[in-house]
Ligand binder design. Structure first.
Ligand code: ZN
Length: 134
């Protein structure tokens, strides 16, 4: 009687427990997929910002090179990103703003490309004046 009571109690517990287990497993699965989705979305957002920033760096580089040619600068001359006559070559005559809030700095010479303070935000192509980014 005692044994039978325990057995039926055990079965009673075992049967309803099976469904919650799958529910929990499903919830965990959905949770994992959701987290993976967030990670991918975060990665995609960072890549989009990086691509926007690199496009800005190209614009700044182009403006600096155009300004250098116009003002007969040597590739080894240094420049500033606050030079108003150089900024005039940019859209709205203003330095673009990095989507992730990075700070732009000029290349050490016209020979070099401008840089963003955020890692990964950099021009990787050989510049028109023959320099490689550093
Ligand atoms: Zn940037």
């Amino acid at each position: 009687m005692n044994t039978e009571g325990e057995m039926s109690a055990g079965q009673d517990i075992k049967q309803p427990n099976r469904f919650p287990f799958f529910k929990v497993a499903a919830a965990v699965g959905v949770g994992i997929i959701f987290v993976i989705g967030l990670v991918f979305e975060e990665g995609a957002r960072k890549r989009r910002a990086e691509m926007t920033c690199i496009a800005y760096l190209k614009q700044i580089d182009g403006a600096a090179k155009a300004w250098a040619l116009e003002n007969k600068k040597a590739p080894s001359d240094t420049y500033s990103l606050t030079e108003p006559t150089m900024l005039a070559y940019l859209k709205g005559s203003a330095l673009p703003i990095c989507p992730l809030g990075g700070t732009y700095s000029p290349g050490s010479r016209f020979y070099d490309v401008p840089k963003c303070s955020i890692p990964g935000h950099q021009l990787l192509y050989k510049t028109s004046m023959g320099g490689y980014p550093r």
